[in-house]
Design a binder for this molecule. Structure first.
Ligand code: PRP
Length: 221
């Protein structure tokens, strides 16, 4: 018998904060694979018996693997998904990885109102979301794309403000920054490639129902 990619379900998991939460959730529905770990140097980890392949990718790349069908399924934060603008099917809100995207400025240099930041520089990992937000306020800004440690921007004079995610607020506090306006809430989402969703409907549908059952029973606890 010839085994093709059609027989497997390929799931992209992001490195970082969502990895273990995602892997633990999949394990609860029996989707496991020996050696599945964020630290693994092996980037494709399979369960031959269950015909599952996990691939481990950089967070921001999950929507790309899913849109192009290199992965059938992925787990990604709503913030990263919106920023990517990629055309995938959003199947389920997984509830974990809760955070929000906001604008923050140095506490000591806080201006009177949002409008007074127009035409200033904003450092962010999320230039598309930030631009949509400021456009909706009728504000033109200069966007400086950074890939991490966004809070450094205003401290070293790279920008007047940041647009970034907040979870506990510790990073803002440690760096004397203050949130001045919330932009959007985000949680982890289960996404699917649109073609895979049709071709592997029964399997994906069952997986979503199993995950939904686990998530709902955890809420009730
Ligand atoms: C994220 C985000 C903030 C921090 C917020 O960074 O960019 O820096 O977490 O979390 P907190 O409110 O709990 O302090 P991440 O740790 O993903 O690393 P990065 O700065 O390299 O993006």
């Amino acid at each position: 018998m010839v085994i093709t990619t059609m027989d497997y379900l390929t799931i992209a998991l992001p490195k970082g904060k969502l990895f273990s939460l995602s892997a633990d959730l999949f394990a609860k529905i029996g989707y496991t694979a020996e050696g599945l770990s964020e630290k693994s140097r092996k980037l494709v980890i399979s369960n031959e018996e269950k015909k599952i392949k996990f691939i481990i990718t950089k967070t921001a790349d999950v929507p790309t693997y899913v849109e192009y069908g290199a992965a059938d399924i992925g787990v990604i934060g709503k913030d990263v998904l919106m920023e990517s603008g990629q055309d995938v099917y959003e199947l389920l809100d997984l509830g974990f990885g809760r955070c929000h995207l906001m604008m923050a400025v140095p506490r000591q240099q806080k201006r009177a109102d949002l409008a007074s930041y127009a035409h200033t520089r904003v450092a962010t990992k999320f230039p598309h979301i930030a631009e949509r937000f400021f456009n909706s306020k009728g504000m033109q800004m200069e966007y400086i794309k950074l890939n991490g440690s966004i809070e450094l921007g205003p401290i070293v004079g790279l920008s007047e403000s940041i647009v970034d995610i907040v979870e506990t607020g510790a990073t803002l506090r440690e760096n004397n920054l203050e949130e001045i306006v919330p932009i959007m809430d985000a949680t982890a989402r289960l996404i699917a490639n649109r073609v895979s969703f049709r071709l592997k409907f029964d399997r994906i549908h069952q997986m979503v129902e199993d995950l939904r059952y686990i998530l709902e029973s955890e809420v009730k606890k």
